[in-house]
Design a protein around this ligand. Structure first.
Ligand code: NAD
Ligand code: TDX
Length: 347
């Protein structure tokens, strides 16, 4: 099998490439990535010469690049995206371009490469890697409420709205053209090679640099944390065994408030609460995400095995402590300008 992966030089993509090459001796991967600020070939340096791996630098919006790659592929795993909520609040343009229009370009190219109007189910699967953020937000104090695959979709940030656009386009192409499409909706990931704009690598690397950690609002917002290896395994499971046209929630059963998460990181780093800097809240900040992942467990037999708290967090924190050259390189240049714009005047 030959997978065309989009966005494979980012956090989840680079972990996915390594996991699949190791776990599936008959699978080849072509990684199409334009290398935005968050795409980094260093994430893949240990597999760059692997005989079953190939990197192609290109934009998912560029039909001339995408179409020939699709002719060669048996299936598509689409995870290229603009992925950071705070950046989408600064400027939503790149989010609409890549996450909505880019997804449409890929779906149309895949449809054409598989023969046009009505596509046979044998023509090859397209997995759209969506997010739990397409379900909007849950209130605090209602632990019985969880996102299921039936929860109505609602995008509260420009990022979520753009991912939702790609998500409903993927469903529409299945419905209209009979294409073999599955959708995954996962909770917050952590692990190696996450760009240090996201909360866990940002906080850990700030603490190593003896800088305070900027905690938004009252710190009570809740996220469900999953180790990236579990997410990658779930995507592969959906690619191989998912039912065509279905969406699958993926979660870690690990709800933590941002304050709990911050204290856990401080503890692991041997730092005190004086390192917390309360800052102005994120505009429109979703209060709580919580995933009901019973469908993927019942239908496909997947459940998280590497996300148990606090062991999983500890291994992630240790990775950033042990791999300072990687993030110090990333946290230079353009990153500094972003950090200043995002946090400079935030009291
Ligand atoms: P990331 O920002 O680390 O990586 C995104 C990758 O996409 C980068 O390598 C980037 O260069 C590439 N890319 C962006 N625009 C492109 C374009 N126009 N053409 C080709 N490549 C392009 O993001 P991530 O955290 O690895 O997320 C991967 C996917 O998983 C995204 O679709 C995201 O919405 C989804 N997701 C992420 C999480 C999470 O917690 N990180 C959770 C659920 C879902
Ligand atoms: O400096 C910060 N301070 C802070 O308190 C940052 C960057 C974040 N936070 C809070 C905001 C969120 O409640 O931490 C929580 C997590 O924030 P992010 O790491 O930015 O993730 P989130 O907004 O929850 O979105 C993530 O999960 C879903 C990913 O970035 C998305 O790509 C994914 O779809």
């Amino acid at each position: 099998m030959h997978i065309l992966l989009t966005g494979g030089a980012g956090f989840i993509g680079s972990n996915f490439v390594k996991m699949v090459l190791a776990a599936r001796p008959n699978v080849r991967i072509t990684n199409l990535d334009v290398l935005t600020y968050s795409g980094n070939l260093e994430n893949l340096s240990d597999v760059q010469n692997h005989p079953r791996y190939r990197f192609v630098k290109g934009d998912i919006l560029d039909t001339a690049t995408v179409a020939p790659l699709m002719e060669e592929a048996d299936c598509v795993v689409h995870m290229a995206a603009e992925s950071h909520v705070d950046r989408s609040i600064m400027d939503s343009g790149p989010f609409i371009r890549t996450n909505v229009v880019g997804t449409q370009v890929l779906l149309d190219c895949w449809r054409r490469s598989r023969g046009g109007e009505r596509v046979s189910k044998q023509a090859g699967r397209f997995v759209y890697v969506s997010t739990d953020e397409v379900y909007g937000s849950l209130p605090l104090g209602r632990p019985e409420l969880l996102f299921t695959e039936q929860t109505p979709l609602k995008g509260n940030s420009p990022y979520s709205a753009s991912k939702l656009g790609g998500d409903v386009l993927a469903s529409a192409y299945h419905h209209t053209f009979g294409m073999d499409i599955c959708i995954t909706r996962c909770s917050n990931n952590h692990g190696p090679y996450q760009f240090p704009e996201k909360v866990i690598p940002l906080f850990v690397t700030n603490l190593i640099e003896n800088k305070q950690v900027p905690l938004y609002g009252d710190g009570q917002n809740v996220r469900d944390w999953l180790h990236v290896d579990d997410h990658c395994e779930a995507i592969l499971t959906v690619l191989e065994k998912g039912r065509s046209g279905e969406a699958y929630n993926i979660g870690g059963n690990n709800e933590k408030s941002n304050l709990e998460l911050t204290h856990a990181i401080l503890w692991l780093m041997g730092k005190g609460p004086e390192m917390i800097k309360p800052v102005a809240d994120r505009p429109g900040h979703d209060r709580r995400y919580a995933i009901d992942a019973s469908k993927i467990k019942a239908e496909l037999g997947w459940e998280p095995t590497r996300s148990a708290w606090p062991k999983a967090l500890e291994s992630t924190v240790r990775w950033y402590v042990d791999n300072q050259a990687w993030w110090r390189n990333v946290k230079s240049g353009a990153y500094r300008a972003y950090y200043e714009k995002q946090y400079g005047n935030r009291g």
